[in-house]
Design a protein around this ligand. Structure first.
Ligand SMILES: Nc1ncnc2c1ncn2[C@@H]1O[C@H](COP(=O)(O)OP(=O)(O)OP(=O)(O)O)[C@@H](O)[C@H]1O
Length: 515
C-alpha cells in the first residue's frame, strides 16, 4: 500500500523515473501509440486512483488525506499555468511545463508533507512567482496546509548576483537548514539571515561570492575587427516549426551565430528554445525540411585550426559529423545519457564528447572513430591531442576544483592522483551534481565550433558551480573560434556580461528577436 504521508518532486530525471518521457528525440517525431496521453488524462487517472484509494479506507483512519475538491483542482491548475496545457500530450511538454505538472501531481494527492528538490530550477520568472505564491497560500488555507520541505541552491536564498547577503528566500520559507561540507545549521529564517549567514561567510568562506560572475577578465577574446567579420557557425533564415498542422511554435525565425559569439537564448517555458536548439543539433525531423538552416559540417579534431567554417544544409551533413561539431549539455541529454552502460567510467563518458555520441567507441580515448576518419599520418596527432584535452577538462572541472581547497595543477602538466581516480570511477557511482559536471566536460572536450549549454547549473553543488564559473572566466574553456549559446531563466547564471560581448536572442509567441 502506498504511503499517504508524503509526495515529492525530484529535481531531475523525472521523465525517466516516471516512465512518462523516455526518449528525448521522441517528442520531436511522430507520436507513437501510447505517447499521446494528455496531461488532462493523466491528472484524471491520478484523481481516479485517489478515489479508489479513499474508498478502501474509512474517513478519519489516517490513511488518506481527502480528495481535492473540484474548485481547488481548477485553482491549482490555474495557479501553475497548466490549464491551457491539459490537451497537450505529456511527451510534448517542455521542461518547465513538465516540472510544473509534476509539482501539481504531487499536490493533487494532498500529502501531509511535500518534498520539493530545487523547485524553481528550470522555471521562467512568471512561473517561479506563481509557484511561490501557491506554496505561500497553503500557510493560510483552512482546507489544506501541508508541511513543505524544499531544497534550494544558495543563490536562490541569498542575493548572489550582487555578492550581498540579502535575504531573497521564497516568502513561504519559515525555517532554513544549511548544509555545506562540515557545516550544518538549522533554525528560524530570521536567525539564519540575522546572525548565521553573516558569521559564516565572514569566517573565511567568502570564495562563494568572490568567484561569482562579473569578476575576473572577459571571456570573449576575438580575433576579428568587427563581429560581422567573424565566420558564421549557424545561419537560420525564416525557420518554422508547426505541430499537427496548426500549433506554430517557431514562426519565421532568423538567427546568425558567428565564431566567438556568446549568446543568451531567452524565453518563457514553452516558448520554443529547446525546439530551436533541436533544429540546430539536427535532432528535430523538421530540421531537414527548412529552406535555410545552415549548420557547421566539419570535425574539429585537433585544434581550432582544424576547423573549416563552411556551412551546409542539414540534409547534406551526416548526423555523426554534425554531432561532433556541436558540444551539448541540456536537461534532455542529461536524462537520456546512458550512464548505466555497464562499466562506463568518467573517462569513457568524457571522451564520447569528441564524436557527440553516447557509447564509448573502443579502447583508450575511444578512437575507433579516429581510425575511420583520419588519414594515417594524422591519427597519432589526433589521439595525442584528444588524450591531452580529456585531462585538461578533467583537471579544470574535476574534484580538485570543487571538492576541497587543493590547488590544481597547471593543465597539460599531467593529471593529479585525485583526477586520475575520478576519471576511473563508474559514472553511476557519482552524485547527480558530479554527473552533470562530467557531462559538461563532455560538451567542452572536443572544442566544437558550437557549444550549447542549456540549464547546466541545475543539480550542481555550489562549489561545482563556482569551479565552472571560474573556468569559463579564465579564458581557457573556449577558443576564439567557438560560439557558445547559454540557456537559463536566471540572468545571474549567464557567464558573460554585455560589456564582454554577450548578446541575447529572445523567443516570444513564436517570434525571435535579438536584444
Ligand atoms: N510533438 C509536439 N507536439 C505538439 N507540441 C509540442 C511538441 N513538442 C513540443 N511541443 C510544444 O512546443 C512548445 C515549445 O517547447 P520547448 O520545449 O521548445 O520550449 P522551451 O522554450 O524549451 O521551454 P522550457 O523553458 O520549459 O524548457 C511547448 O509548448 C510544447 O508543448
Amino acid at each position: 500500500m502506498r504511503s499517504p504521508g508524503s509526495s515529492s518532486c525530484p529535481s531531475d530525471t523525472p521523465r525517466v523515473a516516471a516512465g512518462e518521457f523516455y526518449d528525448y528525440t521522441a517528442r520531436y517525431g511522430a507520436m507513437r501509440d501510447g505517447d499521446d496521453k494528455t496531461l488532462g488524462e493523466r491528472f484524471d487517472e491520478i484523481l481516479q486512483e485517489e478515489r479508489v484509494h479513499m474508498s478502501e479506507h474509512t474517513p478519519g483512519d489516517g490513511q488518506h488525506p481527502g480528495l481535492i475538491e473540484e474548485r481547488e483542482y481548477r485553482e491549482l491548475l490555474e495557479s501553475l499555468g497548466l490549464t491551457p496545457l491539459l490537451s497537450v500530450p505529456l511527451i510534448a511538454l517542455s521542461n518547465g511545463q513538465t516540472r510544473r505538472a509534476r509539482i501539481a501531481r504531487a499536490i493533487l494527492r494532498r500529502p501531509d508533507i511535500i518534498l520539493l528538490d530545487e523547485p524553481l530550477t528550470g522555471l521562467d520568472i512568471e512561473s517561479r512567482d506563481r509557484l511561490v505564491h501557491l506554496l505561500q497560500s497553503f500557510k493560510t488555507s483552512t482546507t489544506y496546509s501541508p508541511s513543505i520541505l524544499s531544497s534550494y541552491r544558495l543563490q536562490e536564498v541569498v542575493d548572489h548576483l550582487h555578492g550581498s547577503l540579502k535575504d531573497v528566500a521564497p516568502a513561504f520559507v519559515s525555517h532554513i537548514a544549511f548544509l555545506e561540507k562540515d557545516t550544518f545549521w538549522a533554525g528560524p529564517r530570521d536567525e539564519f539571515f540575522g546572525d548565521f549567514v553573516k558569521r559564516h561567510f565572514k569566517e573565511g568562506n567568502t570564495e562563494v561570492w568572490a568567484n561569482g560572475f562579473g569578476t575576473g577578465s572577459a571571456g570573449t577574446p576575438k580575433g576579428w575587427k568587427t563581429r560581422e567579420d567573424a565566420p558564421l557557425v549557424v545561419d537560420l533564415q525564416g525557420v518554422n516549426v508547426v505541430y499537427q498542422g496548426k500549433r506554430k511554435i517557431l514562426d519565421q525565425i532568423s538567427w546568425q551565430i558567428r565564431q566567438g559569439d556568446r549568446w543568451h537564448l531567452k524565453g518563457q517555458n514553452g516558448s520554443g528554445k529547446t525546439t530551436l536548439l533541436s533544429l540546430i543539433t539536427g535532432d528535430h525531423p523538421q530540421s531537414y525540411v527548412q529552406k535555410h538552416l545552415l549548420l557547421p559540417p566539419t570535425f574539429s579534431p585537433t585544434s581550432p585550426q582544424g576547423f573549416t567554417p563552411t556551412l551546409a544544409h542539414r540534409k547534406r551533413i551526416p548526423t555523426p559529423v554534425l554531432k561532433s561539431s556541436i558540444g551539448v549539455l541540456s536537461p534532455e541529454l542529461f536524462d537520456a545519457f546512458p550512464r548505466r552502460e555497464p562499466g562506463m567510467s568518467v573517462w569513457d563518458a568524457v571522451q564520447t564528447g569528441f564524436g557527440g555520441v553516447f557509447v564509448p567507441a573502443g579502447e583508450g580515448v575511444g578512437m575507433a572513430s579516429v581510425d575511420d576518419i583520419f588519414e594515417d599520418g594524422k591519427r597519432d596527432e589526433v589521439r595525442e591531442w584528444r588524450v591531452k584535452r580529456c585531462w585538461e577538462v578533467l583537471e579544470a572541472l574535476g574534484p580538485n576544483s570543487w571538492a576541497d581547497k587543493q590547488v590544481s595543477q597547471t593543465p597539460g602538466e599531467g593529471a593529479s592522483e585525485a583526477t586520475e581516480a575520478f576519471a576511473a570511477r563508474p559514472i553511476t557511482s557519482l552524485t547527480q551534481g558530479e554527473q552533470r559536471v562530467v557531462l559538461l566536460m563532455r560538451a567542452l572536450v572536443g572544442r566544437a565550433p558550437l557549444v550549447i549549454l542549456d540549464e547546466v547549473w541545475s543539480g550542481m553543488e555550489e562549489g561545482m558551480i563556482n569551479a565552472v564559473k571560474a573556468y569559463f572566466k579564465s579564458g581557457r574553456a573556449f577558443g576564439d573560434h567557438q560560439a557558445v549559446v547559454v540557456v537559463t531563466h536566471w540572468e545571474e547564471e549567464v557567464p558573460w556580461t554585455r560589456e564582454e560581448g554577450l548578446q541575447s536572442f529572445r523567443l516570444e509567441k513564436g517570434y525571435g528577436k535579438t536584444e
